[in-house]
Design a protein around this ligand. Structure first.
Ligand SMILES: [Zn+2]
Length: 268
């Protein structure tokens, strides 16, 4: 993918609420109010957004480098519940960028280790891990009752499955990819904007791409920010926009993507 130029400005995209979000609003305990004080006192966020966040559940596909940052900030930020799916085990080559893991975790299932470590960050968040590969047989069950799906898998097959689940549930899919010194991030929302099948995103398909250690952390933190925006009711910043980070030039760029009227996923 070639960047189309510098970002002129960031716009909030008002496309209506996520189905199911905000039906039951969770009250915050006094300890949670103190814990999230920096957010609750933030102009444009506040207690209502924090309570919506606590009422929300997400599915994160992948427990690698992207998820190490995405999941960590969603936990710290005060999400309600997180379901994590990853069928792989920690290897030595993961440790340069998958910062959830330690040397003592080598050979162990990533999903279970990630669950344990994430729970240490914030005991108010429910975390459920599934040490399995995302498949057409389990994706809808794993996505059930979620308000946002998060693709942190760096895997084209998982992306397509999550896109179908997002279309079926009419919910957003926040999608990130990293390779070499490049990262990309966008939000798909079948029915309200383009979906993954509408767009032609040309991230190289490589399950173990060469990359410098901070890249997944940078994109994962941005992915968490977009998810927080969606769950807090601020709306997606990246619906119809692909944010591209070029680490070798320290430059952000964007590409506009549009719904495809012929898209079979959106039409279904
Ligand atoms: Zn589509």
């Amino acid at each position: 993918m070639s960047p189309s130029g510098p970002i002129p400005h960031v716009q909030c995209c008002h496309v209506g609420p996520i189905p199911g979000r905000g039906i039951a609003i969770s009250n915050l305990s006094p300890a949670e109010v103190t814990r999230y004080e920096r957010q609750i006192t933030l102009d444009g966020w506040g207690r209502e957004a924090q309570e919506h966040l606590k009422s929300s559940q997400v599915l994160i596909a992948g427990a690698g480098g992207l998820a190490s940052a995405t999941a960590l900030y969603l936990m710290a930020g005060g999400l309600g519940a997180m379901r994590l799916v990853d069928g792989s085990r920690v290897s030595l080559a993961d440790l340069n960028h998958q910062v959830l893991f330690r040397e003592r975790d080598l050979g162990k299932p990533k999903a279970a280790i990630a669950e344990r470590r994430l729970k240490e960050i914030n005991p108010f968040v429910t975390v459920e891990s599934h040490g399995k590969v995302l498949s057409q047989h389990n994706v809808l069950r794993l996505a059930a009752n979620c308000h946002v799906l998060i693709d942190a898998s760096n895997n084209a097959g998982a992306g397509a499955l999550l896109n179908l689940a997002a279309a079926k549930q009419h919910i957003p899919l926040v999608y990130a990819r990293v390779w070499a010194m490049t990262g990309l991030l966008t939000t798909f929302w079948p029915g309200r904007g383009p979906c993954l099948a509408c767009a032609s995103l040309e991230a190289p398909e490589n399950h173990h791409p060469a990359l410098l250690s901070p890249l997944p952390g940078i994109m994962g933190a941005l992915q968490a920010l977009e998810v927080l925006r969606l769950l807090g009711g601020l709306g997606p910043a990246l619906l119809g926009r692909v944010l591209i980070f070029k680490g070798d030039q320290f430059m952000f760029a964007e590409k506009i993507i549009r719904s495809n009227p012929q898209c079979p996923v959106c039409a279904a």
